[in-house]
Design a protein around this ligand. Sequence first.
Ligand code: ADP
Length: 270
Amino acid sequence: WNVSYYPVRSSSGTILGLGAVVSEVTEEYRAQAERDRLLREAQEAIRVRDDFLSIAAHELKTPLTPLKLHLQMLKGQADAGHAVAPRHVDKALAQLARLSVLVNDLLDTSRIQAGKLELTTEPLPLREFIREVLADFRGTNSLHSLRFEAPDEPLVIRGDRARLAQVLGNLVENAFKYSPTGGTVRVTARRMGTEACVSVKDEGIGIPKEEQAHLFERFFRARNAPISGFGGLGLGLYICRDIIERHGGRIWVESGVEQGSTFHFALPCL
Ligand code: ADP
């Protein structure tokens, strides 16, 4: 039997008592409830897909306008027989880089969904590996300072060099993206029992506590993300989590609104 209660109110809205509906829960009733549940799930999945398509289209389109503009400027200069301004070349390349991150994130997401993201692992001395990855950032970002600290003891893990560089790169890019100009981003590596733990700490906008549990889900963006002024598809951390878990590791965050964020990942040491 299924019993549900409802308040009985007078015409002025005062509650006079409780009424009860008692119904027999039949097989047919259960089957109908299950069909309703599946229908609601399918409708929600369609809504998420439609939202995603419009966000993805918007994100992919955004770099195209400045890209076209800078290429037109370059063409104008070349047609007039002038030297082309390197500023336009750099700006066009930056927009192309942004497009290629978006396209690669979309491709990785569909690889993960199809179970086809594969790793090629090798022993990696973490300190040297992290130094190499961060060296690529030092030249490209002059708005934030980037520090790295690691103990002298050897810290070796087994991992896919390109995929782990992608994870670290993504965390550092997010730290820049969600921090005000002039902030410091600190990367550390240390041993934690049988694991090596890498942390990326920023002084940025932080993440509301109640949203932190969803950060590593596909398409998730925290409600304060737009403050950064940057768009995003909410795929980077989803891909990071998949890569780290495929290495037998874990990834998590410590943060508070306006208190900066620290992203950590831990991998088994060799
Ligand atoms: P994207 O940055 O493209 O939105 P991500 O998957 O990389 O996607 O990040 C998901 C969300 O997590 C972001 O939209 C943002 O709300 C939050 N986030 C990630 N890194 C940080 C950070 N360092 N500081 C504050 N918020 C962050």
